[in-house]
Design a protein around this ligand. Structure first.
Ligand code: IDC
Length: 441
């Protein structure tokens, strides 16, 4: 029954992913860091999971109330507002500073209205050393933390990704100048500090953490098709060493933000972050033609997304956050794998059609429907069908037939009421659900 509900829910989503707006949601309360764990005011562990905008200067259109509300309805409880500094059009390179600051404030307001947390991200990248634009950073965080001081749902990420040989001592020196500026306005907001080498060297921060301030966390970033076991091991070791880690950016693809989406590695990362109670934010909310973008490049909508508006990465994220499966026809992998077959077995014509497929707890489920006819159009008394799958299957459900699954083979025989195929007619509505593999092509 649960599976059926899941299928029905998925079908309902074919219309739109947006659930009806919930009014009057409460603003989330203050966060603390206790040991390595992000917690609420009472010390209960909190895990933030959400989405990062692309550069606000280039994709401002997604900073709108409906879009943010929709992400909340997907299951996200945090929105990261990524404001590039040194890239062309960024805050320190020709960008409209007033407009960018307004976008950050608008984004925070929409997140607040939706009952979500917001991360204000000073997105250094080509300026690999945060000290390059330190003066602008100090002024920016002073102004922002003063403007947002009354808001408990704001986190500050003070330097996206130090890189290019910038070492931890250099990042730490920068952090020790920015943190007091924020603290002067907002004594307890969580502050996320980037770590060297595009936020991979959490071991360096663990060896020499920032002291004298509460509620400091350290960023680890990964791109699932590039960073695997090695970085996961480094993350585990840093947590063991006592470092509070926040994955304020990750991609399902490679480190360029493009390339193949690696579902297996993405899931391995999620499993570990969930186990360790680590918060995570997916890159990126845009329709840019790159695989890390969660929207299809042809999608011009800025809210009201339907399953077909989502990229592969977007579908994966939606399913992760919502815990719901999207209809199978939206998934390129299952669309191409054994959608059905017509075969002849001992004069019996067997038509098998894939009706649906979905994922539950990481398992692939397939629902098929069969119709049986006599190949020469005559009558038949009794029938038996053998179906071969791409791998071992487990029978989950079956109707209007007697089913036996063994390895990659499913044998189907009639019930006592549908063993006879009338001349020129058919036996239909023989259906089943298996998990593990699709019908062999
Ligand atoms: C990428 C964007 C891409 C943009 C590029 C340079 O996806 O569209 O052209 O930046 O501005 C990061 C960075 C993040 C990168 C992302 C993918 O934090 O800004 O975005 N990435 O390369 N670190 C590792 C990967």
């Amino acid at each position: 029954m649960k599976k059926l509900i899941c299928v029905l829910a998925a079908l309902a989503l074919a219309v739109s992913l947006a659930a009806p707006a919930l009014a009057g949601e409460e603003t989330p309360g203050p966060l603390h860091v206790e040991g390595t764990q992000l917690t609420n005011e009472s010390g209960v562990p909190v895990q933030l999971r959400g989405v990062s905008t692309h550069g606000l200067a280039w994709f401002p259109q997604y900073v709108n109330a409906d879009c943010v509300r929709e992400l909340h309805d997907w299951g996200a409880n945090v929105l990261r507002l990524a404001m590039y500094t040194d890239e062309y059009g960024g805050y320190c390179n020709g960008g409209d500073q007033a407009a960018l600051k307004q976008l950050v404030k608008d984004g925070v307001r929409y997140a607040t209205d939706a009952g979500m947390y917001a991360i204000v991200d000073w997105h250094i990248l080509s300026d690999s050393n945060p000290n390059i634009h330190k003066d602008e950073a100090l002024a920016f965080f002073d102004e922002m933390s003063a403007a947002l001081a009354g808001q408990d749902n704001v986190l500050y990420e003070i330097c996206n990704e130090p890189n290019g040989g910038t070492d931890w001592a250099t990042v730490k020196a920068y952090a020790l100048e920015v943190i007091p500026v924020i603290r002067a306005n907002d004594p307890d907001a969580v502050i996320i500090v980037g770590t060297p080498n595009w936020c991979q060297m959490v071991d360096q921060a663990a060896a020499d953490p920032i002291t004298g301030y509460d509620n400091i966390m350290y960023a680890l970033h990964f791109y699932a098709d590039t960073h695997r076991d090695d970085l996961r091991e480094r993350m585990k070791a840093a947590v063991r060493a006592g470092l509070p880690i926040f994955v304020s950016e990750f991609g399902t693809c490679d480190a360029s933000g493009n390339g193949a989406v690696n579902v297996e590695q993405s899931n391995a990362w999620v499993a570990l972050m969930d186990e360790l109670g680590i918060s995570y934010v997916n890159w990126n909310l845009s329709n840019k033609n790159e695989s890390s973008a969660i929207l299809q490049s042809g999608c011009a909508k800025t809210s009201g997304f339907a399953p077909e508006d989502l990229s592969q990465s977007g579908r994966w994220l939606y399913e992760l956050l919502s815990g719901e499966s999207l209809p199978a026809e939206q998934k390129t992998e299952s669309a191409s794998s054994a959608a059905g077959a017509q075969t002849e077995q001992d004069g019996l014509m067997v038509d098998v059609v894939l009706k649906n497929s979905w994922q539950t707890d990481g398992e692939n489920y397939y629902q098929y429907d069969m119709t049986l006819r006599d190949a020469s159009g005559g009558a038949r008394e009794g029938w038996s069908v053998e179906l071969t799958f791409d791998g071992d299957v487990v029978l989950r459900d079956g109707w209007n037939g007697e089913y036996t699954a063994s390895g990659d083979t499913l044998t189907v025989r009639p019930k006592d009421y549908n063993g006879t195929i009338p001349a020129g007619g058919a036996v239909s509505d023989v259906g089943f659900i298996v998990s593990g593999a699709a019908l062999a092509g």
